[in-house]
Design a protein around this ligand. Sequence first.
Ligand code: HEC
Ligand code: HEC
Length: 256
Amino acid sequence: MRAYHLAALLASLCLLASSPFALAQHETGSDVFSGEQAFKNYCANCHGAAGNQIANVDLGHGAFRKPYTDDELANIVMKGIPNTPMPATPNMSKEQATQIVAYLRSRASQKDVGAGGDAVRGQALFAGKGECAACHRINGKGSRLGPELSKIGLVRTSDQLAVSLLDPNSEVQPNNRFYSVTTQAGQQVSGRLLNHDAYTVQLLDTKEQLRSFNKADLQQEGFIPSPMPSLRGKFNDKELADLVQYLVSLRGADKK
Ligand code: HEC
Ligand code: HEC
C-alpha cells in the first residue's frame, strides 16, 4: 500500500508539477478536510479548481457523463476508473469520499457565470465599456497599475474571476495590495505597493511612476481598499459572461 501510494504521488507530481498541494495532502492524510478542501487537495491538480480542466469531464456543474448515484461516485473517487488515467486514491476513506461527492453535488446547482459567454465580445468590453486597460496590462498593452492579466485564465476559475469583478475587495492577492502614504509636507500618494522595509516604501503610483519614500518623512501610511471598481450594476449577466469568458481564454500563449 505504501509503495503504491508513493508511486501514485510521484506520478501525479510528474503530471502536475504545478500542484502546490501534492505534498501537503500526503503529509496530513487525515479525514478532517471538508469535501471542498479534499477536492482541492486530491483532485483539483488534474480536474482544475472548477472541475472542468480535463476534456469532456465536468465535475463542477452537475454534468457527469452518466447519471451516477452517490455510491457510484464515491466508488470512483476511492477506486478510480480502471484502465483510464483516473487514479484510485488508496488512503481515501468512504467518509471523505462521501464528503467530496456532497461537495460536487452542491456545486451542481451553482451556475457557471461564464456559461454562454463570448470571448471576442468580452475582449471588446475589456477595451471599451469596462475601461479595464486603464489599470491592467495584457500581452504588453495597457497599464501596469493593476495586476498583469495575460495568463489569468491559467490561475483563476471563472467563478473566482466573477468574484474579482463583482467584489474586488473580497479576495486580493497579497502582491496586488494598494498602499497610501502621506508625507510630512501633506502630499498624499497611493499606488500598488511594490516593496517596503523598515526604512522605505516603494509604490507604483496611479500614473505608473515608481515612487520611493523614507518612512521617516511620512505622517501616515497604510493599506487602502482596491481601486478596482465593481461591475455590479454596470454590466448585465450577458456582458459579465462575455468578459469572464475572455479572461478565462487568457493563457499566455496566444496573442489575444
Ligand atoms: C491524475 C489525474 C486525476 C486525479 C488526481 C483525479 N482524477 Fe478524476 N479523472 C481523471 C481523468 C483523466 C478522468 C477521465 C477518465 C476516463 O477517461 O474515463 C477522470 C474522471 C473522473 C470522474 C468521472 C466523471 C464522469 O463524468 O464520468 C469523476 C467523478 C472523477 N474523475 C472524480 C475525481 C475526484 C473526486 C478526484 C479526487 C479525489 C479525482 N477525480 C482525481 C483524472 C484524475
Ligand atoms: C482603477 C484601476 C482598475 C480598473 C479600472 C480595473 N481594475 Fe481590475 N484590478 C485593479 C487592482 C488594483 C487589482 C488588484 C486588487 C484587487 O484584486 O482588487 C485588480 C484586480 C483584478 C483582477 C484579479 C486579479 C488576480 O490576480 O486575482 C481581475 C481579474 C481584474 N482586476 C479584472 C479587471 C477587469 C476585467 C476590469 C474592467 C472591467 C478591471 N479589472 C478594471 C485595478 C483596476
